[in-house]
Design a protein around this ligand. Structure first.
Ligand SMILES: NC(=O)c1ccc[n+]([C@@H]2O[C@H](COP(=O)([O-])OP(=O)(O)OC[C@H]3O[C@@H](n4cnc5c(N)ncnc54)[C@H](O)[C@@H]3O)[C@@H](O)[C@H]2O)c1
Ligand SMILES: [Zn+2]
Length: 279
């Protein structure tokens, strides 16, 4: 991409338009953040995941083999253009994956959005236009409110990583091929909710509400053919880890979450085992 910029004679007034899903948004965004120390960026997201989540908030980055998003920059787009109809050509698996991020926002931050997901699961997956737009607007607003007060993720923005600690570790353990981002995040939310139950901060009732919604959207919530050791070694590389201890976002009830650093190796291992990961 840099080479192309140079060939095209890109200068500091050139706008980069990221037209595509989250992958394109992250890559084009990172190139825009770094080329000539920063070019103006316009996001035009075309997947559910990128419309609901990745095109806003200014996080850009690329993966290394050793871990997800290890190289990146904050670079806010000047403009985000969303046409919900663009998502109609997506395969169901990609649509579902995007909804993991919307479920995440509902469960961690917005109980009203979560209730909409409980009510409208199937029609949302079918991208019924008004309903999809309504869910999108709520998810984007909730994220924007947080990014406005904590752009650099010193505090509240961490809550948007709900499901992502185990989720990112799974993506790495599966060499970024086995699970789509949203599928890994759905498993990560299941793991986080089980950890929250273990720590007695989440009720069984709210755990089941989350599980029901994830299942209605068609996520598989069992870990098969993946070893606990592989997940643990990926967890050690987590960007939010301090002295090797990963930070977990746990929910107290639907719509309310907080960050925890007190989980032990035993908590994590037993939770992964209960989900079906191999010793
Ligand atoms: N920067 C952030 O804040 C942030 C947040 C969440 C996720 N992400 C990243 O986003 C990536 C996932 O994004 P994604 O789910 O959009 O996947 P993606 O960008 O890989 O796109 C999924 C697939 O859909 C295709 N596609 C895109 N738009 C289409 C359309 N309208 N119709 C048909 N096919 C289309 C793409 O070519 C690709 O094959 C992950 O790498 C994840 O780490 C970033
Ligand atoms: Zn995500």
């Amino acid at each position: 991409v840099y080479q192309h910029f140079a060939d095209l004679g890109v200068d500091r007034a050139t706008h980069v338009v990221a037209l595509g899903g989250g992958m394109v948004g992250d890559l084009a965004g990172f190139a825009a953040a770094t080329y000539l120390r920063g070019l103006p960026l316009i996001q035009v997201p075309t997947t559910v995941l990128s419309q609901a989540d990745s095109s806003i908030g200014g996080k850009t980055g690329v993966d290394l083999e050793r871990g997800k998003n290890l190289v990146g920059a904050f670079h806010q787009p000047r403009l985000v253009v969303v046409d919900p109809r663009m998502t109609r050509t997506l395969p169901l698996r990609q649509i579902r994956s995007g909804f993991a991020e919307i479920i995440k926002v509902g469960m961690a931050l917005d109980a009203t959005l979560f209730r909409q997901l409980e009510r409208e699961g199937e029609s949302l997956l079918g991208l019924e236009e008004d309903r999809y737009l309504a869910a999108l607007v709520r998810a984007v607003r909730a994220k924007a409110r947080i990014v406005e007060v904590d752009e650099r993720e010193k505090g509240r923005r961490m809550l948007l990583n709900y499901g992502h600690t185990v989720g990112h570790a799974l993506e790495a353990a599966g060499n970024y091929r086995r699970w789509l981002h949203g599928e890994a995040v759905a498993l990560g939310m299941e793991a986080a909710a089980r950890l929250a139950i273990r720590k007695k901060i989440l009720s069984n009732r709210d755990y089941l509400r989350q599980r029901d919604v994830l299942e209605r959207f068609g996520f598989s919530l069992a870990l098969q053919r993946v070893s606990i050791e592989d997940i643990l070694s990926a967890l050690r590389l987590d960007k939010k880890a301090r002295s090797g201890r990963p930070a977990f976002v746990l929910t107290r009830r639907v719509g309310v979450a907080s960050v925890h650093r007190t989980l032990t190796r035993k908590d994590i291992v037993e939770t992964l085992r209960a989900l079906g990961a191999e010793p």
